[in-house]
Ligand binder design. Structure first.
Ligand SMILES: O=C(O)c1ccccc1NCC(=O)[C@H](O)[C@H](O)COP(=O)(O)O
Length: 595
């Protein structure tokens, strides 16, 4: 969450507060405010550290005056804090000004009036309705924010004080982008208590215990156990990825692609027949409806934009079920980049339709004939290629695995799934269920619910022929701590550390490791992990096809099959992440049709 410190006035105080690196600093250009800027304030604002964006706050000022001030002091944003009309916002926005439109909220606030401003603002700000417009030190009832249904991110403002930090972190509205602090942090109007501001910033920014730490670890899992040749490349990626992917220009491009190219948001579909059958409310998050047929495209597009920003010309990828290979080939075609996909020879045979699609999209496919000829071996070969081509090549990893920062980066790109779910539901589900190979669709579906301890999160591994047989891919059920594909995680391995060949009917789950965040979520017991056999997954695929007219991927069928194992209560609201569609599995599925 971002932080804006508003109402700055005195140079020494600005200097001190800027040491805490707030994301935004606000300067008041409203003459009636006791925080109205001084000439020397503005000189200072011009030289602000670029990590802190400057915001000029105006109340019903003439447009020409606003434009003059923006230009003279290089303001990054203008905050309209009065009764400025849509037409007023449009004129400024069309003149190239980045806008934050503030609204004064009370119980009579008409949330519909925001709609008309949407095309012309970057952010909204919700403040308490008072006669003085702002800086009142008064809070409004934050429950009212539940009425906000638009997608534009907003700043929460109005009387925020240090003791509110924990409560703010609990607010589960995905559009909550930043908080705005002001009078409750002052020793006098326009003078902030630097220590208190610092404390607030640190508390708000403190990372969740379920997310990656500054060293790239989730508890004892994660890290980057990489060969020396890759060190400069990975280091540069670690240092730059967050700034690049959080930048406005990156997000604008990505969000536009997700909407217009992928077809997001994907529906959260209430399955009436499944609900009747299981006597509870069952919803399917339809990632199978994404362009290319699975959630993998969310990450492929994110990483391809990142690769472009880092001037990479060549993309390599590994693939198991072929969904990630197809997503990568698609993204490369879209961006005009060379694409090489490593795929196990066994997977090439069992996922023929996806192999054909990748070829159609112009990708070169390299068959991997070592080991079990599946995903693990394809990943080994992709890493080998990367070591040989560290500078011009981006390795577009398809799951929340690999060296830091990949698990976190891929999780952030897939988090769009749970972000949308949060917008699509009125109240939290009781359960979210997702299948797990490396674990990217599951992390995506869980991400924004990790702090909501009332939601039971369930990850389903591939049990294969059963976890009491050697033919299984149930890593968390049977594995132990070890390093696989450059990160510390849980691995299916012998006592002396040799990786055991996994087995699953579904190529996308046929992996002997798991993302380090899942290993941590397993250890901390935040997520419950279980497993489903090949046969149970097949049965679930046929069942959904007949019940809903939706043919699911074999991977997603593992999550669906878990419904048979649960003790379901009539009050349950269960979301299954339907990560992909089953066209690629038709050969396997049709062989098992019962006449
Ligand atoms: O701060 C002011 O004096 C002010 C006066 C008139 C219009 C806007 C003003 N401030 C804008 C802000 O963004 C404030 O931070 C916001 O109103 C919250 O202030 P507070 O209630 O003091 O936390």
């Amino acid at each position: 969450m971002k932080i804006k410190v508003c109402g700055m006035k005195h140079p020494e105080n600005i200097n001190a507060v800027s040491q805490c690196e707030p994301d935004f600093m606000g300067f008041i250009f409203y003459k009636k405010s006791p925080r109205y800027v001084l000439d020397k304030t503005l000189v200072f604002a011009k030289e602000m550290n670029p990590n802190t964006k400057t915001v000029g706050v105006f109340v019903n000022s003439p447009i020409s005056e606003v434009l003059e001030i923006v230009q003279e002091y290089n303001l990054n944003f203008v905050q309209l804090h009065g009764n400025e009309s849509v037409d007023y916002a449009k004129k400024l926005y069309n003149a190239g000004v980045n806008l934050i439109k503030a609204f004064q909220v009370n119980k009579n606030f008409d949330w519909d009036k925001i709609k008309d401003y949407k095309p012309f603002v970057n952010y909204l700000l919700f403040d308490t309705a008072t006669k003085s417009y702002g800086g009142s030190g008064l809070k409004f009832n934050w429950e009212l924010l539940r009425n906000y249904k638009e997608e534009i991110p907003f700043f929460l403002s109005g009387g925020i004080e240090i003791d509110d930090a924990e409560m703010i972190k609990e607010i589960d509205l995905p559009q909550l982008f930043a908080i705005d602090i002001n009078s409750k942090f002052e020793t006098e109007p326009g003078v902030k208590n630097e220590e208190l501001v610092n404390k607030m910033i640190n508390t708000i920014r403190m990372k969740s215990k379920y997310q990656v730490n500054d060293k790239g670890f989730y508890g004892e899992y994660g890290g980057a156990f990489i060969p020396e040749m890759l060190y400069p490349n990975i280091k540069e990626l670690q240092e730059s990825y967050e700034e690049i992917i959080q930048s406005d220009s990156f997000q604008e491009e990505l969000q536009a692609l997700l909407k217009d190219y992928v077809g997001r948001p994907t529906p959260l579909y209430y399955s009436k027949r499944l609900s009747d059958h299981y006597k509870a409310d069952i919803y399917l998050k339809r990632e199978d409806l994404c362009h290319t047929g699975a959630h993998k495209i969310n990450n492929a597009l994110g990483q391809i934009l990142l690769a472009k920003k880092r001037n990479k010309k060549r993309i390599i990828a590994e693939t198991g079920a072929g969904q990630h290979g197809v997503a990568t080939a698609t993204a490369c075609a879209l961006m005009g980049l060379e694409c090489v996909v490593y795929m196990g020879a066994k997977d090439i045979k069992r996922q023929a339709p996806n192999v054909a699609r990748m070829k159609m999209l112009g990708a070169s496919i390299v068959p991997v004939t070592s080991g079990s000829q599946t995903l693990k071996d394809a990943t080994n070969e992709a890493i080998r290629d990367w070591i040989n081509n560290p500078t011009d090549t981006h390795y577009l990893i398809g799951s929340v695995v690999g060296p830091h920062p990949y698990p976190d980066m891929v999780a952030k790109f897939q988090a769009v799934i749970s972000k949308e779910i949060k917008n699509q539901i009125k109240e939290n589900p009781t359960h979210i269920i997702a299948c797990i190979g490396g674990g990217s669709n599951a992390i995506g579906a869980f991400y924004h619910f990790l702090e909501d301890e009332d939601v039971e999160l369930i990850g389903i591994e591939a049990g294969g022929m059963g976890i009491d047989t050697p033919e299984t891919a149930a890593t968390l059920a049977l594995g132990s701590q070890g390093v696989l594909h450059a990160c510390m995680t849980t691995v299916l391995q012998t006592e002396d550390g040799q990786v055991i060949e996994p087995h699953s009917i579904s190529a996308g789950l046929d992996y002997p490791g798991i993302g380090p965040q899942h290993a941590h979520l397993h250890k901390t017991k935040r997520v419950k992990y279980s497993n489903i056999t090949d046969q149970e997954a097949l049965d679930a695929a046929h069942f959904l096809s007949h019940m809903e007219g939706i043919i699911p991927a074999l991977e997603s069928s593992h999550a669906l099959a878990y419904l048979e194992k649960m003790e379901i209560k009539p009050t349950d609201r269960i979301i299954i992440n339907l990560s992909g569609r089953g066209d690629k599995d038709l050969e396997t599925l049709t062989k098992t049709i019962k006449e």
